[in-house]
Design a protein around this ligand. Sequence first.
Ligand code: DGY
Length: 322
Amino acid sequence: MKNKVFLTRTLHGFALKELKKRYQVEVHSGKIPIPQTKLRSKIKEADGLICFPYDKISKETIDLAKNLKVISTYSVGFDHIDVSYAKKKKIRVGYTPEVLTDATADLAFTLLLDVLRRVSEGDRIIRGGKWKVIYGAHDYVGVDLQGKTLGILGLGRIGKTLAKRAKAFDMKIIYHNRNRISKSKEKTLGTKYVSFEKLITQSDVISIHVPHTKETNHLFNMKVFRKMKKSAFLINTARGKIVNEKELAVALKKNIIAGAGLDVFEEEPMNPKNPLMKLQNVALAPHIGSSTKETRAKMAQITVKNLNLGMNGKKPIYSVGY
Ligand code: DGY
């Protein structure tokens, strides 16, 4: 009898083929995200689980699993999984960093360019039939990147890669991180370590690259927006809940800060009533940080490899917890 693997959503054909060689595979079809009731009933019998960043794998859900050896998430973020409880239950947890570093840093930089040069805003103006004036001294003017200060919160893989992109555009780069990187690495990257307070007050653009945890929940709120420069922009490709979205919408509307580029939201998909949708000084992307053909295929490969290792009682290539 083959071991059972349950996927909360389908993956690439090659990945499913690979899985089907070894396991009895079941893939959820229908409503996405999978309803918790179905997830809970499936996890009971599964030996392995492949999930996505919006699937909440709580302590209560893990407790239902009788045979579960491994949870393999198709994402770098794992804040949707109760990792410490999985560890307690000796369930392996695999995730997919590294392969999505470039794609995610590229998207952060794309949003940065977009909001500083008002590209999406211009697109909306044209499509809305509102392009009435051309080439005026003050029409649709953005701001230069060159010489501006980019503040990177979280100088991990993605943050460092973003720093390289920004350096090529002659931006000054400061960062704040739990741990300061070595002076030689700072020199190579052209970055300077600053306190969180300095990061928020000195940056012209802040880009968030930390995980969502109890400590980072709503870290960006009105108090912080008020300390930021009035001309500053906020870029978030990490997790929506790191930013208090309601307060951000107010800060953008009242020009407390200049603009924002967002790929992640407190609620995804975004509620059509979300006030951010009405604002011109924000560029929105539908959580596509890692969404390139090449990266998504690599993520599928790693997800399967992580699962296979966990099924064999081994540590996934990229592992958190146990
Ligand atoms: C992840 O993998 O966690 C990212 O949010 C996907 O873009």
